[in-house]
Design a binder for this molecule. Structure first.
Ligand SMILES: Cc1cc2nc3c(=O)[nH]c(=O)nc-3n(C[C@H](O)[C@H](O)[C@H](O)COP(=O)(O)OP(=O)(O)OC[C@H]3O[C@@H](n4cnc5c(N)ncnc54)[C@H](O)[C@@H]3O)c2cc1C
Length: 361
């Protein structure tokens, strides 16, 4: 069992729509101080399974860190999905659930900046957390484009109405219903976003929606640093398992991967690794470079962030300041992320004899 997960009590389950519910979690004394979060971040939840022991899934926090009220994630049923239906059907107040602390990089750097927020379906979860937090503690204007199948599938409909009424000078929410207007096209999204080209854009929703938004924003020449997106995918692995067991299992895979890379220049000696994390600096001269950066840091007792360990989420994202790495797998970072130097520590092995990375910012 890893030491980073916490068992939290379920305080309440709120039915948001026919196929979405919010799970309110309490903090135990051991968990206090480990669940501070930024709007847009997610928790990783361990859903019990008689087939696999557990199924790990990420759920974005819909609550706001600056408002009173419990830590809350909002889950929409996936058709035939295991974990989402278990949460909506089986989990109940008074139960407990194991979770990893908040992580993720889908969060505004400046809550005072104007924000252009795109959500599709359950993608509204991190979006409402960002909006609530910016309204409560920032000063910019916020424009939300929220796409849904029909009126009955709009999550937080009343909350959006309440927020809009409370902040008429700062918040505009546009509901787009597929049942009325059809799916929003790239041209329509572009025409909408064209009025807000100085805003910081955040997008979360189904893959085709995110693709259309991303292309629209690129056409409008939103710079990379003002375009952010969060992909909702299911984790296949188990970040809750014993790290050493995982490492043994992964070592076998790494051996296979090493052969695939026989054409890459071999590193002749140990790698020097310099790391900035949570205001601290670490320097290591004995990194063999065989295992990913995350595993090496864990073996040194460094509390580096992670969740899926599979390159499927961005919890372990770090910035490469010097050197180069190869990522074994990457489902989340796009070309512009890579050009900006962002890498997934759980998948990165060194290609150079010196690496300098930072988890700050
Ligand atoms: C960063 C991030 C944030 C996210 N935030 C949200 C959010 O806020 N809200 C939200 O709704 N979703 C969110 N998601 C998506 C969420 O993590 C899940 O992908 C989604 O809920 C679908 O999971 P599911 O298990 O229901 O469906 P699937 O992943 O489609 O489930 C089917 C899978 O479960 C397996 N399975 C079937 N039965 C069992 C069993 N008994 N035991 C074990 N496995 C079994 C099947 O083999 C199959 O692979 C987020 C994802 C990410 C990466």
């Amino acid at each position: 069992m890893d030491t980073d997960s916490f068992v939290l009590p379920v305080l309440g389950i709120v039915e948001e729509t026919a196929d979405a519910c919010s799970v309110q979690l309490g903090l135990t004394p051991e968990a206090e101080g480990h669940f501070d979060y930024r709007p847009g971040q997610f928790l990783t939840v361990a859903v019990p399974s008689d087939q696999t022991g557990l199924a790990a899934r990420c759920y974005s926090l819909s609550s706001s860190p600056v408002e009173d009220g419990p830590l809350t994630v909002t889950v929409k049923r996936t058709v035939d999905g295991y974990a989402s239906n278990w949460i909506c059907d089986i989990l109940k107040p008074g139960d407990t659930i194991r979770v990893l602390p908040p992580s993720g990089i889908f969060t505004p750097a400046d809550l005072n900046h104007d924000l252009l927020l795109f959500a599709g379906g359950s993608g509204v979860t991190p979006i409402i957390s960002i909006a609530r937090t910016a309204l409560a503690s920032g000063s910019g204007r916020i424009v939300v484009f929220y796409a849904n199948r029909d009126e009955s599938s709009v999550i937080f409909a009343q909350e959006w109405a309440r927020l809009s009424a409370e902040h008429p000078d700062r918040l505009v929410v546009v509901h787009w219903l597929e049942s009325v207007q059809g799916l929003p096209t790239q041209e329509q999204l572009k025409a909408f976003a064209a009025h807000f080209t100085t805003y910081d854009a955040f997008c979360c929703g189904p893959a085709p929606f995110m693709k259309s938004v991303s292309l629209a924003l690129r056409e409008l020449e939103f710079p990379r640093e003002r375009r952010h997106q969060e992909k909702f995918v299911s984790l296949g692995g188990n970040p809750f398992g014993d790290v050493e067991e995982l490492q043994k299992a992964e070592a076998t895979l790494a051996d296979a991967d090493d052969h695939e890379d026989d054409d890459k220049p071999a590193l002749s000696g140990p790698v020097r690794l310099e790391v900035e994390l949570d205001g601290q600096s670490y320097e290591f001269d004995d990194y063999s470079g065989k295992e990913p950066i995350l595993e090496f840091l864990e073996s040194k007792g460094v509390d580096a962030p992670f969740s899926c360990r599979e390159g499927n989420c961005s919890a372990c994202a770090c910035m490469l300041l010097e050197g180069e790495v190869r990522m074994k797998h990457n489902e989340v970072l796009d070309d512009t992320d890579l050009a900006d130097g962002i890498r997934l520590a759980c998948q990165s092995v060194p290609l150079t004899e010196k690496l300098r990375i930072t988890y700050n910012g």
